[in-house]
Design a protein around this ligand. Structure first.
Ligand code: 8DG
Length: 165
């Protein structure tokens, strides 16, 4: 069996808000929102990988705080693990330098205003639980009307839709 490759995701927090980043590539992920981060390199600790990725992608100086419980299945062999992260005093504000074309600081009430990658939804819900101590399930997707009158299955109504990439 192939060993999983860890993708580290950062729940960057500032003034009670969570940073969300909109991917600009690859094309199948572009336009969807994620937690900034990336793949851990061989021999690198997840915490160092997070600090490196955040410097490269957002131009910030970050410090890793605590692990958010859970491991979230991405496209094999990747799995997502998440940490809460703070910006160090004097850090530049985040800018979308690499992989992203828009950033947003979300309050808990705005958490589901962005179109998170399906596989990030359970991770983001867990961040909300840990950070804001709220259970914040995503709202169901709007159901388009079909010719037959029967609504198509809602991809968020089962966990299956969240596991793939
Ligand atoms: N960073 C990040 N990647 C995610 C999330 N959710 C998710 O499915 N992914 C996927 C997208 C990518 O296929 C993979 C991480 O790749 P990446 O492109 O961010 O990693 P990287 O910066 O190390 O880039 P590279 O070495 O491939 O150039 O995981 C997420 O919340 N954050």
């Amino acid at each position: 069996m192939t060993e999983p490759i860890v993708v580290v995701g950062a729940a960057v927090l500032r003034d009670g808000r969570l940073l969300a980043a909109r991917r600009s590539a690859p094309v199948e992920l572009a336009g969807r929102w994620e937690l900034p981060g990336g793949k851990v390199e061989p021999g690198e600790s997840p915490e160092r990988a997070l600090v490196r990725e955040l410097r490269e992608e957002l131009g910030v100086a970050a410090e890793v705080d605590r692990r958010v419980p859970g491991e979230y299945v991405l496209r094999a062999p990747y799995v997502l693990r998440v940490w809460t992260v703070g910006l160090l005093p004097g850090s530049p504000a985040p800018r979308a330098l690499q992989d992203h074309d828009e950033l947003r600081w979300l309050t808990v009430d705005e958490l589901w205003d962005v179109d998170w990658l399906d596989q990030d939804v359970p991770a983001v819900a867990e961040v909300a639980r840990v950070v804001w101590e709220v259970f914040s399930p995503p709202p169901p997707l709007p159901v388009p009307v079909t010719d037959s009158g029967a609504p198509p299955p809602n991809p968020r109504s089962s966990d299956a839709g969240r596991a793939g990439m």
